[in-house]
Design a binder for this molecule. Structure first.
Ligand code: GLN
Length: 453
């Protein structure tokens, strides 16, 4: 009966695209066998996790929630998923997501939107689990799995974690290998864990991270034992509050939650000071030039020849096959990104848009470098609003893009950033707080998060 209830709950949320219970069971069996043989168990031994469908998993369909990759079964395993299996984890299934990780609500998936397990008090309207890692956030929030992988290009771990009351960390760019992860915007994409607690995130990130010669931007540095060094005592630490994040029209409940976060950090011994990140307001527009530019290039590989879907109209040639396959295989949001990307990269507009956006990116990075001369970490809201109802923003791409306004600056700067559950709104919806750290200082981010948790 419990099993049937669990299946019903899972089906209702639409969090999984495919289920792989045998994979998880094999990991559990291996724990028994290893224990009997007196072998050391890995950090993730027997833990049944969900895998965002952006990761290539050997022998298991991997689609990025797109039609164009439907039926694609990779003959290889992504480095991050392989690292998790090596640490003893097993896979419950592939998690639904926004198509090609483009979106903030999970409504761009070819396999239908994911529902959050949360509802507003007194309402039955289905809420967004956030995106793009919305299958991951919904599955963990609903306790369908204790942890899941996510990826974050411009907030896709932090925003869904925030609106579903769970914890998620995007590590420093280069900590986790991108090899075998379907590419969206290669200079921004990072994998990370989404789980119920800071400690679970620390353990799982430890298993995921590490140098990989197969990813040219992978950082060749040892992976610290973050879980062992967790410490919520922030005596001697200084936390910065960026004044530019107090934007016009920021909801009062977001502001209250931020104030509460500051109080918790003071209680933990930290000094809390105001800082300035002057180029914050240019980060979102720059992101929505750089990310689509890289996406338009990365997505050129889906040509109807190499992967998944092929549409070859009767009596037609190669060009027709490209056009038909891509017209049918990509969703509207993906096409919008490809059009924006090819436009800003085109000869006549490259300097006006792409070069300009890259300059802004440098200024945003410089803001952080200057701030980190004075503070150890930065505290800000993760999102400008709590979860919204499904359908509410679907027809307004610009309103949807604004969900990422607080998440994108850390992405452009490649910094480690985490969302931890903070407070509830009057309607009973969860709000998250974001901690941004210095390059490679995941420990400082995790410890600050622990003081809030
Ligand atoms: N919502 C943002 C976008 O649509 C971020 C996505 C992500 O981080 N993968 O681009």
């Amino acid at each position: 009966e419990a099993h049937n209830d669990a299946v019903a709950a899972a089906t209702d949320l639409n969090a999984f695209i495919v289920a792989t219970p045998d994979h998880a069971l094999a990991a559990a069996d291996k724990v028994d066998a290893d224990r009997a043989a007196g072998k050391d168990l890995g950090a993730m031994a027997g833990v049944p996790i969900g895998m965002k469908d952006l990761f290539a998993t050997k022998g298991v369909q991997s689609t990025a929630a797109s039609h164009i990759l439907e039926g694609f079964v990779p003959p290889y395993e992504s480095t991050v998923s392989q690292n998790l299996w090596d640490a003893g984890a097993g896979m419950l299934g592939k998690l639904n997501m926004d198509q090609f990780a483009m979106g903030s609500s999970n409504e761009t998936s070819y396999f239908g939107n994911v529902k959050s397990p949360w509802r507003k008090n007194g309402s039955n309207a289905a809420m967004t689990p956030g995106g793009s890692s919305g299958g991951s956030s919904a599955a963990v929030a609903a306790r369908l799995c204790p942890a899941a992988t996510g990826t974050d290009t411009g907030g896709s771990i932090r925003q869904p974690a925030a609106v579903t009351g769970i914890t998620g960390i995007k590590p420093t760019y280069g900590r986790c290998s991108r090899w075998g992860v379907v590419a969206f915007a290669s200079s921004l994409d990072q994998a990370g864990p989404m789980a119920r607690s800071v400690e679970d995130c620390a353990i799982m990130l430890g298993a995921m991270a590490g140098f990989d010669p197969k990813d040219s931007t992978s950082i060749d540095a040892p992976v610290p034992d973050w879980a062992a060094a967790l410490d919520a005592d922030l005596s001697g630490k200084t936390i910065g509050i960026p004044r530019e994040y107090r934007m016009d029209g920021i909801a009062k409940e977001i502001d209250d939650s931020w104030e509460q976060g500051k109080a918790w950090l003071r209680d933990a011994g930290a000094k809390v000071v105001d800082i300035s990140l002057p180029h914050t307001k240019y980060a979102l527009p720059a992101y929505y030039i750089i990310a689509p530019a890289e996406a338009s290039s990365n997505l050129a590989r889906y040509d109807g020849v190499r992967y998944g879907l092929r549409d070859l109209p009767e009596g037609s040639g190669l060009q027709d096959m490209y056009a038909a396959t891509r017209a049918e295989g990509f969703g509207d949001e993906v096409k919008r990104r490809i059009l924006i990307g090819t436009y800003v990269l085109s000869a006549g507009f490259y300097d006006a848009y792409y070069t300009q956006a890259q300059k802004v990116r440098t200024l945003v990075q410089r803001d952080f470098t200057e701030a980190f001369a004075q503070v150890d970490a930065i505290l800000a809201p993760t999102t400008p609003t709590p979860a919204f109802a499904l359908g509410e923003m679907q027809d307004d791409p610009l309103a949807m893009y604004l969900n990422d306004v607080f998440a994108v600056p850390a992405s452009l700067a490649g910094l480690p950033a985490m969302s931890v559950p903070a407070t509830l709104t009057e309607d009973g919806l969860p709000l998250g707080l974001q901690i941004v750290g210095k390059p490679m200082d995941e420990q400082g981010v995790l410890n600050t998060g622990l003081a809030i948790e």
